[in-house]
Design a protein. Structure first.
Length: 302
């Protein structure tokens, strides 16, 4: 963890301070907003993936399987289909971020309540419903995209990629506050998460209210993934990638080691990748596209 923390600091400092030409303050404003987005995305995606793997007892699944990314794509597509591509630029800001997050968290909350209270279907029914809803959202989004004007479609496609370098800095204080609040709750429950690794029966036998803790953790996962997706766009495999690496490098199953390791690896991946892409290769592409490609290969391999 100490080595990972050192590498995270070095990569972040390298991205912020390398090859600055012209006005230093202006460069720091641009790179500082991107660095803040990296921290938020790394924390939200890494912590959400680790928690989701714990409560599902399955390290292959990811929160994206619950349809969060698909719901985000559908929301953006419907917005463009109704009002045109210019609406994406006209509605930028904190209110849109909050509305998108509330809609996605509300969707997840209603889904969990319906499944656990009304149907009592359990976790696997929840995952199955999430997969089906994700497919349904993708189908509707694809149909609407075929009806769009080519210019509107181009603007929509640009908005649906992860966009670390174009985040509004005014939204970062709220993002940091949400991540800090969730981090406090998760850290205080780190030993409960260790207990959930034992499974429903053993966790209950040592005094854990399994359904209550499961609902709380899934709600936190929904909040993290929803906020991250609304802020920087969909990142389907990034959380899975850093969580998988954290399991191998943390040296322990305990969440007190796994969670910090996953977050630090996320920072290293984003800051280091952006440093190489921007300062060494002078490329202007999306780092998230490369990370999703690598994460998809790792997902298929595992």
């Amino acid at each position: 963890i100490a080595i990972a923390a050192l590498l995270a600091v070095v990569t972040m400092a390298g991205y912020l301070g390398w090859n600055i030409r012209g006005n230093f303050e202006f460069a720091m404003q641009l790179r500082g907003a991107t660095a803040g987005a990296m921290l938020v995305a790394a924390f939200a995606q890494a912590v959400a993936a680790v928690i989701f793997h714990t409560v599902t007892a399955n390290r292959i699944l990811s929160p994206s399987v619950m349809g969060f990314d698909s719901l985000f794509v559908l929301m953006q597509t419907v917005l463009v289909a109704l009002f045109g591509g210019q609406v994406l630029a006209d509605t930028q800001g904190t209110p849109r971020l909050v509305v998108q997050t509330l809609v996605m968290v509300g969707f997840a909350t209603l889904l969990y309540r319906w499944l656990f209270v009304r149907l009592a279907g359990g976790l696997y029914v929840t995952l199955l419903v999430g997969v089906v809803l994700g497919m349904a959202f993708n189908t509707v989004s694809t149909f609407l995209e075929r009806l769009l004007h080519p210019t509107d479609y181009d603007l929509l496609s640009l908005a649906l990629f992860g966009r670390l370098t174009s985040v509004d800095a005014a939204q970062l204080p709220l993002a940091f506050a949400v991540c800090a609040a969730v981090g406090v709750v998760v850290w205080r429950r780190r030993h409960v998460l260790d207990g959930l690794l034992l499974g429903r029966e053993l966790a209950t036998s040592i005094g854990i209210d399994h359904r209550r803790e499961l609902t709380i953790m899934l709600a936190l996962v929904a909040l993290l993934v929803s906020f991250s997706t609304a802020l920087v766009g969909p990142m389907t495999f990034f959380g899975f990638l850093v969580a998988t690496l954290a399991y191998q490098l943390a040296g322990s199953h305990q969440h007190a080691q796994v969670l910090p390791m996953a977050f630090l690896l996320g920072v290293i991946g984003l800051a280091g990748g952006q440093f190489v892409l921007q300062h060494l290769f002078y490329a202007s592409g999306f780092l998230t596209v490369i990370l999703e490609f690598v994460g998809g290969i790792v997902f298929l391999a595992i």
